[in-house]
Design a protein around this ligand. Structure first.
Ligand SMILES: *[C@@H]1O[C@H](CO)[C@@H](O)[C@H](O)[C@H]1NC(C)=O
Ligand SMILES: *[C@@H]1O[C@H](CO)[C@@H](O)[C@H](O)[C@H]1NC(C)=O
Ligand SMILES: *[C@@H]1O[C@H](CO)[C@@H](O)[C@H](O)[C@H]1NC(C)=O
Ligand SMILES: *[C@@H]1O[C@H](CO)[C@@H](O)[C@H](O)[C@H]1NC(C)=O
Ligand SMILES: *[C@@H]1O[C@H](CO)[C@@H](O)[C@H](O)[C@H]1NC(C)=O
Ligand SMILES: *[C@@H]1O[C@H](CO)[C@@H](O)[C@H](O)[C@H]1NC(C)=O
Ligand SMILES: *[C@@H]1O[C@H](CO)[C@@H](O)[C@H](O)[C@H]1NC(C)=O
Length: 640
């Protein structure tokens, strides 16, 4: 009876809500082209957290940036209380005026006043504005929704995944290892040594589109980081010397990139041809994560080389000392670039948005922290101190990324761009994976990172139809298929509405995140739960019933249950990768959101690298010490 009454009451409320929804009033400020200004508000509405604005913009040049500034629910104006407007249509036939606008959830941030419109005509160096000072009333924004209830609670490591990642001929780990090396020093005429082709998709391959037949600085460095891990773990001399040779080739290739005469934006240039000359066509540049991840990989290599009795002279000449060996040793130059340029906005790892990105800051921070120690080792204390002060200054900015209203780390600190109004992006998790410096600053088990991981992963459940398949062939639990961000429209070759797909590397990143968290807790021997991390545990380890404010020691039942759940979810995410991997073990870029078929670039090198690093993290969580070495000892076959 009670339930019935409650349901009736809720239904009544819903009706009331839709009546209020219909009352969402559009305020028309003007409906003629302005005579005496270049930008002017035409109309706006703000209801239930959704802002809809239309603006007149004079077509005085091609490249336009039009922003609407407002104050949030706390009456504050911050770098986040801005909406970046998009072109909508041309007005009339003379092409002199355009409509620009946005129709976007502002969501929990709220709006109390529209402050002004700012229009930068970047080609002609002019900025126009209109002061608005319009107080907003309308149905207020909703509060932050609760995360969904978990659809499953996987526990422990699965034999199917152990087999999938076994060190044996024909396992996915073995296939990923082989296929990754096919893309390193690829057998394509004119390809330079030390480069990585991003995928087997482009003019030289059976699959022509998309054209990924380039050497991207990011993909190259992240792939070479796997080679570096193999180098460090190999026990067979022959395999080890193969990796060593490739890594020295990589260092030289990076120096070639740095000294290309046609760099447009310095060392943040993202993309090179396979002959390692710069790609100068239009592109999102600079991308300032590349110099950082390149330096990290080569410093890791240098440290291992030295730890195994290698000569410091060799490392100075071929890895570090760019001042005296500019054509050979790239690391010092990349590190100084990071130290001097980290405050500037740049394009993100998806090459779409120029802003201040959490991912980029994290990898830059790790490069600087590692770099100051490495420079000391190289007897370069002046560079060491430059790097360590930059690291401190950068670290002080990281707290900006935490948004207490949304309970997430924002993937970028700035206005909503490209309609990514959720501010959720797997880039944050990749930032921890590639950028955690091992010093307690935004590590895997940081409560803000955990809260963010929960929101990102669950954001895809209602977006991808294949997320409804929650069980694999043998009835085992599948993890959530994970993409770049919920608003993504890139389908692997072009953009279309609802085009975004789950990506192999993003799903593998969540597996890796779970395994690495498990290992971090096991090392720490305790789990401390905060109000920020509580929802993460409620979703990913409901049986453990962890409570805010409590600390669970490694001997306790709750600790064991929680670790078991992290391992179980790690395997569940990896099982999703497995479920959508075709019989030949090849990994494309994406998984079609409707059919589950591979789509986009074929044999994406980063997909293979991500499965391998997740497998290494799994071995770490399982305490299988010899695993990486056993993979490494497989050795590289000649590329054909
Ligand atoms: C947004 O505003 C424009 C202009 O008033 C209107 O045409 C459009 O229908 C509105 N969109 C929504 C979703 O309310
Ligand atoms: C914001 O400003 C409005 C109008 O001045 C005021 O009524 C409201 O209390 C303020 N809100 C906060 C959170 O200060
Ligand atoms: C518009 O508002 C922003 C945020 O308050 C402010 O920084 C900027 O100076 C304003 N521009 C104009 C022209 O008033
Ligand atoms: C490198 O490759 C690109 C693309 O194939 C070509 O346009 C360019 O001329 C080559 N540069 C050199 C120096 O060979
Ligand atoms: C970026 O760093 C380089 C040094 O590596 C420096 O020459 C350049 O001026 C810096 N760029 C800016 C915009 O400061
Ligand atoms: C999953 O299935 C339910 C029930 O059939 C459906 O309502 C929902 O839209 C599906 N989810 C997606 C993302 O398609
Ligand atoms: C992706 O979008 C493009 C349009 O940009 C379209 O031509 C193509 O067919 C789409 N690909 C798939 C696999 O749907």
């Amino acid at each position: 009876m009670k339930a019935y009454l409650l349901a009736g009451w809720l239904a009544g409320l819903a009706t009331l809500g839709s009546v209020l929804g219909q009352e969402c009033e559009t305020h028309t400020v003007r409906n003629t082209i302005p005579a005496s200004r270049k930008v002017a508000l035409q109309s706006y509405s703000y209801c239930g957290g959704d802002l809809n604005v239309t603006v007149y913009v004079a077509n005085v040049n091609f490249n336009k940036v039009v922003n609407l500034y407002y104050t949030n629910r706390q009456n504050e104006s911050t770098p986040l209380s801005v909406v970046s407007l998009n072109y909508q249509s041309s007005i009339g036939s003379d092409g002199n005026w355009e409509y620009w606008g946005a129709n976007t959830p502002v969501y929990v941030d709220g709006i109390t006043e529209l402050l002004n419109l700012t229009y930068q005509a970047t080609d002609i160096g002019q900025t126009y504005h209109q002061v608005l000072d319009i107080e907003i009333s309308g149905k207020p924004e909703p509060s932050l929704p609760e995360p969904p209830a978990p659809y499953a609670s996987p526990k422990g490591f699965g034999n199917d995944i152990t087999k999938f990642l076994a060190v044996s001929e024909g396992s996915e780990a073995e296939i990923a290892f082989r296929k990754m090396f096919v893309n390193i020093n690829p057998a394509i005429e004119g390809a330079e040594k030390g480069i990585v082709v991003a995928a087997r998709s482009g003019p030289s391959y059976p699959q022509k589109i998309p054209d990924y037949e380039y050497n991207w600085v990011r993909d190259e460095s992240l792939t070479m980081d796997v080679v570096q891990m193999l180098y460090a773990a190999a026990t067979k001399k022959k395999a080890r010397s193969q990796y060593e040779k490739i890594l020295f080739q990589y260092a030289a290739a990076r120096a070639t990139e740095q000294t290309d005469p046609d760099l447009q934006t310095g060392l943040g240039e993202p993309k090179f041809y396979l002959n390692n000359t710069i790609f100068t066509g239009p592109w999102g540049r600079p991308q300032n994560d590349g110099p950082a991840t390149a330096a990290i990989t080569l410093m890791e290599f240098g440290n291992d080389y030295l730890a195994n009795g290698g000569s410091i002279q060799t490392i100075k000449q071929q890895i570090y000392d760019s001042t005296n060996n500019p054509d050979q040793a790239p690391v010092q130059k990349d590190l100084l670039f990071v130290a001097r340029n980290w405050t500037y906005s740049s394009f993100d790892l998806w090459e779409e948005e120029s802003s201040d990105h959490f991912y980029t800051r994290m990898v830059q921070r790790r490069a600087l922290v590692m770099g100051s120690e490495f420079a000391e080792k190289m007897d370069d204390s002046s560079t060491a101190s430059t790097l360590s002060s930059a690291a401190d200054a950068l670290t002080d900015t990281l707290s900006q990324f935490w948004d207490p209203n949304r309970q997430i780390l924002l993937y970028e600190y700035g206005p909503v761009l490209k309609d990514k109004s959720s501010y959720l992006d797997t880039a944050v998790i990749l930032g921890v994976i590639h950028g955690y410096a091992g010093d307690g600053v935004y590590g895997y088990t940081n409560d803000q990172v955990q809260a963010t991981a929960l929101r990102i992963a669950t954001s895809f459940i209602d977006v991808y139809p294949i997320a409804n398949d929650t069980k694999g062939a043998s009835g085992k639990i599948l993890g959530i298929p994970v993409g770049r961000y919920p608003e993504d429209v890139y389908n692997g070759t072009g953009t279309e509405q609802n085009g975004g797909n789950p990506w192999y590397l993003c799903t593998a990143a969540f597996a890796q995140y779970m395994y690495a968290s498990s290992a971090e807790y096991t090392t720490a021997s305790s789990i401390a739960v905060t109000s920020i991390s509580k929802p993460f545990w409620d979703y990913f380890a409901p049986q453990a019933k962890l409570q805010t404010g409590q600390t669970y020691k490694s001997g306790s039942k709750q600790f064991r249950q929680a670790i078991n759940s992290l391992n179980g979810w790690g395997d569940a995410f990896m099982r999703t990768v497995k479920y959508y991997t075709p019989a030949d073990g090849g990994l494309a870029e994406e998984i079609d959101r409707d059919s589950g078929k591979p789509v986009g670039a074929a044999d994406l090198t980063w997909s293979y690298a991500s499965v391998l690093t997740a497998a290494f993290a799994r071995a770490g969580a399982k305490g299988e010490e010899g695993y990486v070495g056993n993979i490494a000892d497989l050795g590289v076959r000649a590329n054909t």
